[in-house]
Ligand binder design. Structure first.
Ligand code: BV8
Length: 243
């Protein structure tokens, strides 16, 4: 494996995760058979226009997912735990960028983490822009606890047509990394799907860990296919054997 022969223990690593890493924790993916976009049209629930058109429908979509995430049966899995261990043990820089809005990486212990598509357990007020914890249902009728206005609370997630969070920081890390690892993402959503090209242009090794080849599989130098709870711990073990 090129990683074993080319990556130095002082190398910097950027990891991108998608819905596939949380699948074995019991959370649905988007584009697999029976996934989220098989049940609802993203144009109806995951755009600013959808929220303006029918806020109760959008709130119901995210309220259902938030309740699902808070089900005690949903716990971080061995892949989340392996990435937290890698952050603790890797001597070089490491940044974990997730497209996921669940909190399973945090609960597994990851700290150097960016939620580029926001967080299901946070809400934002359209009027005062305050971001707050949110562990119960949201509705328009609720008043913002900070400015007191009603009709302004929405999930703090990035919808289609909205700018993902911390893009400058992410692109700076991609331009400087020695290894880019993509885990559990179909490679269909931009700008995340373009990160592999940015990392390659910077001279980084690029590896895809996924159940099956993603849409961007041909752009990766290496690919390891299988369930995340198997391939991620094995890959982390290979990396830590270099230190
Ligand atoms: C933006 C909301 C611009 C929260 C989501 C080119 C450049 C830039 C933008 C675009 C572009 N082309 C098109 C666009 C627009 C658009 C886009 O990408 N459209 C697509 C349809 C082409 N992008 C945007 O709108 C983005 N914004 O670009 O803004 C801008 C510029 C200036 C000023 C303002 C704005 C915003 C994109 C974010 C949208 N929000 N979600 C939520 O509800 O969750 S996207 C949604 O898809 C989720 O966030 C999800 O994370 C993301 C990606 O999906 P995946 O995570 O990959 O999940 P998927 O189901 O697809 O795949 C799962 C994979 O796991 C599969 O491959 C499967 O095989 C694998 N798997 C399954 N089980 C396992 C497994 N792997 C391992 N183990 C297993 N057990």
């Amino acid at each position: 494996m090129d990683v074993s022969t080319h990556l130095k223990p002082t190398g910097s690593i950027v990891i991108l995760t998608g819905a596939g890493i949380s699948k074995e924790s019991g959370l649905d993916t988007f584009r697999c058979a029976g996934g989220i976009w098989d049940k609802v049209d993203l144009e109806d629930v995951a755009t600013p226009e959808a929220f303006l058109r029918n806020p109760p429908l959008v709130h119901r979509f995210y309220n259902d997912r938030r309740r699902g995430l808070l089900d005690p049966a949903v716990q971080p899995n061995a892949a989340h735990a392996a990435l937290a261990e890698l952050e603790r043990a890797w001597p070089g820089d490491l940044l974990l960028v997730t497209q996921n809005i669940d909190d399973l990486h945090e609960r597994a212990g990851s700290k150097k983490l960016i939620h580029m598509h926001g967080e299901l357990l946070k809400a934002v007020c359209l009027f005062c822009r305050t971001v707050m914890e949110c562990r119960s249902d949201l509705s328009l009728e609720q008043a913002c606890p900070h400015c007191g206005r009603r009709n302004g609370l929405r999930p703090d997630v990035v919808w289609f047509g909205e700018m993902p969070y911390e893009m400058e920081r992410i692109q700076g890390e991609l331009a400087a990394c020695d290894l880019f690892v993509s885990i559990g993402t179909s490679g269909n959503i931009y700008p995340a799907a373009g990160f592999v090209a940015e990392a390659r242009a910077a001279g980084a090794l690029t590896v895809e860990l996924n159940l099956e080849p993603s849409s961007g599989a041909s752009q990766f130098r290496e690919a390891i296919h299988g369930p995340a709870t198997e391939v991620v711990p094995a890959f982390v073990k290979t990396l830590l054997a270099l230190t």
